[in-house]
Design a protein around this ligand. Structure first.
Ligand SMILES: [Zn+2]
Length: 98
């Protein structure tokens, strides 16, 4: 879901539209989550959107469908990743135990 525009992966592995260089996941998150940004026609980053992080729920940065994108604050984003990292430690310790 990227509007059918040509896109390419950047050096960090994120998809960007080739014409504008806008990050596809940020575009999709803000465009399709209109309940947060009412009646906005999102075409580029501005002071309001720059405040927000966009998290890939399944941790796959190739999955830029709107259902996979969570708009959150920087603090919330850190918490999400802290939880994921804590879970990875638990899973690893369980695997080591078996
Ligand atoms: Zn994230």
């Amino acid at each position: 879901m990227n509007g059918g525009k040509p896109s390419h992966k950047d050096e960090n592995g994120y998809w960007r539209f080739s014409d504008s260089n806008i990050l596809v996941h940020r575009y999709n998150a803000f465009k399709f989550q209109k309940d947060i940004f009412i009646n906005r026609c999102w075409t580029e980053e501005d002071e309001e959107t720059k405040k927000w992080h966009v998290h890939h729920i399944d941790l796959n940065q190739n999955n830029n469908e709107s259902y996979n994108l969570l708009i959150c604050s920087e603090e919330q984003h850190k918490l999400v990743h802290n939880q994921i990292n804590a879970m990875k430690i638990v899973v690893k310790s369980m695997a080591d135990f078996i």
